[in-house]
Write a protein that binds this ligand. Sequence first.
Ligand code: MN3
Length: 245
Amino acid sequence: MNRRQSLKLFAGAAGALAAESLFGRPGALAQTAPAQPAGPFKLPPLGYAYEALEPNIDAQTMTIHHQRHHGAFITNLNNLIGKYPELAASASDPVPLLSDLSKVPLDVRTGVRNNLGGHWNHTFFWELMTPGGAKEPGGELKSAIDRDFKSASEMMEKLNAAGLGRFGSGWAWLIVTKDKKLDVVNTPYQDTPHMELGGKPVLGVDVWEHAYYLKYQNRRGDYLKAWWNTVNWDRAADNFKKAMA
Ligand code: MN3
C-alpha cells in the first residue's frame, strides 16, 4: 500500500466513524425508522434523496424530519381513527376537514388539528422543495408577486421576517387570500392557512427547531436564507394556479 492509498483508507475509516457517532452505528437510523403503521394514512415518499438538498438542508435533518416527525403524525392519525372513524375520509384529502375543524368532536379536535395539520403541512413542504430547481418565480405567479410585493426579493424578505417573527414553533407562508391577493402570514404549531385564515398556500416553510437545529442551531435566519435555494418554483406556480381557480 502506498501513502496515497493508506490516506484514502484512513479518510474512509474517519468517515465511517463520523457516521457512527451521528447515528449510533452505520445504517442504524434506517433500521430503527418506525415501521409503517396500519391504516389509511401513509407517510408519503420524499420524491428525492435525503441528501439531495445538501448543503442547504442536511441529510440527517431530512431523515429525522421525514421518518420520525412526519411519521409520528401518520401513526397518531391512524390511532385517532379508533375514536373518530370519519377521519379516515381525510386520508385522500385533508383540506375539507382542516378548513372546518368545528366538524370534529371536541375530545379529538386538538389531536386532529395537530396531526392532520402536521401531515398536510409536511406533505406540502416536501413537494415544495427540489434539488436544482428554478431560482425564481415565473409566469403568472411572478406577475402576482410583483403586483402585491413590488418584487420577488421583497416578498422573500417579508416571508423571512414572518418566519423569524413566529415565536416558538410554527410555519411561515405565502398565501392567496379569500379576495385573491397574495399575502405573507405565519401560523403557530401545525396550524395550516386553511384554518382560521381561509387562505390557500403557495409557499410554506417549517420554522420548528427540528427543521434546522442540527445544522443551524439558533440561527433560524440563516436557515431561512438557505431554504430559498431549495424551492421548487414550478410547484409553487402550480399551487398558485390551483389557489386562483
Ligand atoms: Mn416539521
